[in-house]
Design a protein. Structure first.
Lengths: 531, 336
């Protein structure tokens, strides 16, 4: 069930209507159950992983604030994943058209059964330390567990394969027997939110959730569970703790955001994907104009896709009276790489800034340390996007850009230029860099990258004329977005159209509805779901 | 309204515009709407009888017949010939199609005739059969069935669409609106088909119109389509026999370009079948033989569609077969 699939409006409407009828406690239960149901619609098995992360971080969070819970509470909560897997393994028939449970190996249930013992023992052991060490121990337990889970499911296969290739290239002739690991959806997002939860409580920037259902709702909140925004405890948790009061603005902003998000996804991203998928397939016969058009199409595909998703997530949350962070702010209008990262996937950028870059030393201790920290941070940010060399390369490419703009004075001056021709030039130059970056991001293998680079060098007049029709297709789907951006310039939000005269807004809504229906196709996956 | 008048007014305006648009289309363009949602599987198949005794050919299954009208009762001593098929026999106009050219040849010979061009673009065997069932009610003296095996995908797709959109599943709710459905179809068929190369559309395959390209590349699928054409045509022949109507089967030919750029004309694969069912009641006109005397570049406008000289050649071939078969000597059946 994606935000643009037909069941979602019904699911959301049922959740919203029930939510506002219930008292606070009932709302939390509703959010937890609906979020778990939403997640189970993807793959019910991995609810076990989410509930394990919930149990672990709930008790670690409390312990970081000095609150101890009985050991049997810990054991009970951490036995829920095994219990769930046991239930799933006995369900043979699909529960519904949307909830099919894949078979579960018995060894997986075995490992899950060990979790209550391991976690309870670790929990009790951590309490043996003195206060200062104890806090560090619980922080380590939380971060370590989350990273182990993330590392196993997302990166173990990748690094195993890389090691295997390395061993073979050294002539050692061994072959590691690597099983395939299914990547649980949303894992990168909720583990990062869990890590920030523990770190922020440790740093005193927020207080822990004292109620288990409250914390489960916080971590699994369905509008932002699958692909963010990655929220922080200090800003996000208090919104769950107090009973939100219904205001008409919730409906107003919520629907407006949902509408804008659907528009970006259906009218902009999916049609651009058609061209991008063709261009970035090594089997396609393309030339220079196609290569360039593919890069442009992908730039708008990924923007429409992810910012559209974020808008829909924010809109859904807003209907429940909860405000999620913004994630995008006109990123293609950035004048340099620093500004780009302040505008693109803002919650992830700030996460890496606060939990990686600054703890590494940030821009303190000299220029070389700053550059080293940048490269480590951006390399990790690239790796976060996926266990593949193209993402690491993309992260390092942005690290190189950031370095270049810091070291090379004319570029840093260009980035800080305000208005006028120089600022336009800065935006244009950064857009070119960004397009090149997206090529690295999109080419999933070296042959694919080489195919694109070779094609990009072949230009001819007939090829340029021949690209006009497909370029018209891309323009037709990108222009509405550019018009929207131009009309909301100076605002924080592309969906903020309140300043338009109401007749203009009414006609725009009608036209946008027609465009959405006309552009609708089969369910297209969101790009960021794979991360 | 009190809390946020602007948004409410804007939403009301948007909804009002969409509803008005739908009403204007439904009321003002009712003939265009009629048959649009049936996707070729409507029992009347686009035949509309007026109270004044006139039969009009309308839209059927989102596609149009050429505008034609005929008296319900066949005029005396007039041969009523009906040509059924897809865009190939349909031609660019009734007059220039081989149906129209056949009428000219017959009238030159002093034979009064009505030739109905009942060909609809994209129609495959199953939808043609629906038209045939309807057409047989109007006492034809001869049916010309143009056989082609390239429309079976669209037939199936339209059948599925018809079934789906008729259902009450929430994912089809928006498609109940004529305005929205036309936009949805127009975007695929007008924008996508015109702006994107086939290779790009084929990759997607998610849009139903483009899945045809993928399906057509599969030889097994092609065999299934040909079998369906054969089976459906056998039923068509039985129907015509039951109405005592002779049939001419026209089998499609294709213009094929070889590696050095020369064109040749080849049968599309149904001539053998047509020969196997030929008897005193069923005659066969292979298109490749009918146009073989012409330069392929002159006979065909593209791979499958004929230019005017091609249509003339087809009409002559049909006329010759009719003449040889003695059809032209038989007095036309009397009117009901």
């Amino acid at each position: 069930m994606t935000f643009v699939s037909w069941p979602y409006p019904f699911f959301l409407a049922a959740a919203v209507l029930s939510y506002w009828k219930l008292p606070l406690r009932g709302r939390l239960w509703l959010l937890m159950i609906s979020s778990y149901a939403f997640y189970a619609a993807w793959d019910a098995r991995f609810l076990a992983l989410l509930s394990a992360s919930t149990a672990l971080d709930y008790f670690c969070g409390l312990a970081l604030a000095g609150e101890r819970r009985p050991a049997w509470h810990v054991a009970l909560a951490s036995s829920l994943p095994a219990l769930w897997l046991g239930i799933c393994s006995r369900m043979t028939a699909p529960l519904s058209p949307w909830l099919t449970i894949q078979p579960i190996d018995s060894w997986v249930i075995g490992i899950a059964s060990l979790l209550p013992v391991v976690f309870t023992v670790a929990y009790l052991l951590c309490w043996k330390f003195a206060k200062a060490q104890r806090q560090k121990a619980f922080l380590l337990l939380s971060i370590g567990s989350n990273l182990i889970v993330l590392g196993f499911f997302k990166y173990a296969h990748f690094f195993g394969e890389s090691l295997d290739a390395l061993l073979k290239s050294m002539g050692w002739g061994t072959s590691l027997q690597l099983g395939s690991v299914v990547l649980p959806i949303a894992i990168s997002f909720y583990t990062f939110q869990s890590i920030s939860y523990a770190v922020d409580i440790y740093r005193g920037k927020g207080h822990p959730a004292r109620d288990y259902v409250l914390f489960a709702s916080y971590l699994a909140f369905f509008p932002q569970l699958i692909a963010g925004p990655i929220e922080r405890v200090g800003r996000f948790l208090p919104q769950f703790e107090t009973a939100r009061v219904w205001r008409p603005e919730h409906l107003h902003h919520g629907l407006r955001l949902l509408f804008t998000g659907v528009f970006k996804k259906v009218v902009v991203a999916d049609p651009c994907a058609l061209v991008a998928n063709h261009v970035f397939d090594p089997a396609s016969a393309i030339d220079g104009p196609w290569a360039l058009l593919g890069a442009i199409a992908f730039a708008f595909q990924i923007y429409g896709d992810f910012s559209g998703y974020t808008d829909m997530a924010r809109g859904s949350a807003r209907l429940l009276g909860i405000e999620l962070s913004t994630n995008f702010q006109f990123p293609y209008q950035a004048r340099g790489p620093s500004e780009f990262w302040q505008r693109w996937h803002q919650t992830l950028s700030s996460w890496f800034r606060d939990y990686v870059y600054i703890p590494l030393g940030g821009n303190r201790h000299g220029r070389w340390n700053e550059i080293r920290n940048l490269w480590i941070t951006m390399g990790l940010a690239g790796l976060w996007h996926g266990a593949s060399w193209n993402f690491i390369l993309w992260g390092l490419y942005h690290a190189a850009l950031l370095t270049l703009y810091r070291v090379f004075r004319p570029l840093s001056t260009l980035e800080s230029s305000q208005g006028g021709f120089r600022a336009s030039m800065a935006v244009g130059l950064m857009l070119c860099w960004t397009l090149l970056g997206w090529v690295l991001f999109r080419c999933t293998s070296l042959p694919a990258l080489s195919h694109w680079v070779q094609a990009a060098g072949h230009w001819s007049l007939p090829a340029t004329v021949g690209i006009l029709r497909p370029a018209g297709w891309v323009a037709l789907h990108v222009l509405p977005l550019l018009l929207l951006q131009a009309a909301t310039r100076g605002r924080n939000d592309e969906s903020d159209t309140d300043h338009w005269p109401w007749p203009v807004r009414g006609i725009s809504y009608a036209l946008a509805t027609l465009a959405i229906v006309a552009s609708a196709s089969q369910d297209q996956e969101f790009i960021y779901f794979q991360f | 309204m009190r809390h946020f008048p602007h948004i409410t007014r804007a939403c009301a305006l948007a909804i009002g515009l969409l509803v008005t648009g739908e009403l204007v289309v439904r009321i003002g363009f009712s003939s265009s709407v009629d048959g649009r949602f049936d996707y070729g599987y409507h029992p009347t198949a686009g035949f509309r009888e007026d109270k004044s005794g006139i039969l009009r050919l309308m839209r059927t299954g989102g596609r149009r017949f050429f505008e034609q009208q005929f008296p319900l009762s066949k005029p005396q001593h007039t041969r009523r010939i009906m040509v059924l098929g897809d865009s190939v026999p349909r031609g660019r106009s009734v007059e220039s199609s081989y149906a129209g050219q056949l009428k000219v040849l017959l009238e030159d010979q002093g034979i009064k005739s009505e030739v109905w061009n009942l060909a609809v673009p994209g129609y495959g065997a199953r939808r043609i059969q629906i038209v045939l069932r309807q057409a047989l009610q109007y006492n034809p003296d001869l049916v010309v069935l143009h056989l082609n095996n390239s429309n079976e995908f669209e037939d199936e797709r339209e059948r599925q669409r018809g079934l789906e959109f008729a259902g009450m599943h929430p994912k089809n709710w928006l498609m109940k609106s004529f305005l929205l459905r036309r936009l949805y179809e127009a975007r695929t068929e007008q924008l996508s088909w015109k702006l994107l190369p086939e290779v790009v559309r084929a990759r997607d395959g998610a849009r139903d119109a483009d899945t045809e390209i993928l399906a057509g590349m599969n030889s097994e699928t092609q065999k299934t389509w040909e079998k369906r054409v054969r089976d459906t045509t056998l039923t068509d022949l039985e129907l015509c026999r039951a109405h005592n109507v002779p049939v001419i089967l026209v089998t499609q030919a294709l213009r094929v370009q070889d590696s050095v750029g020369h064109y040749t004309i080849q049968d599309a694969g149904l001539a053998g079948f047509a020969d196997s069912v030929t008897n005193g009641h069923v005659l066969h006109v292979p298109m490749d033989k009918a146009v073989e005397s012409l330069d392929p570049a002159m006979a065909f406008a593209d791979t499958s569609h004929l230019r005017e000289p091609g249509h003339v050649a087809m009409a002559r071939a049909i006329h010759q077969v009719l003449d040889q078969g003695g059809f032209l000597r038989v007095r036309p059946a009397t009117t009901h």
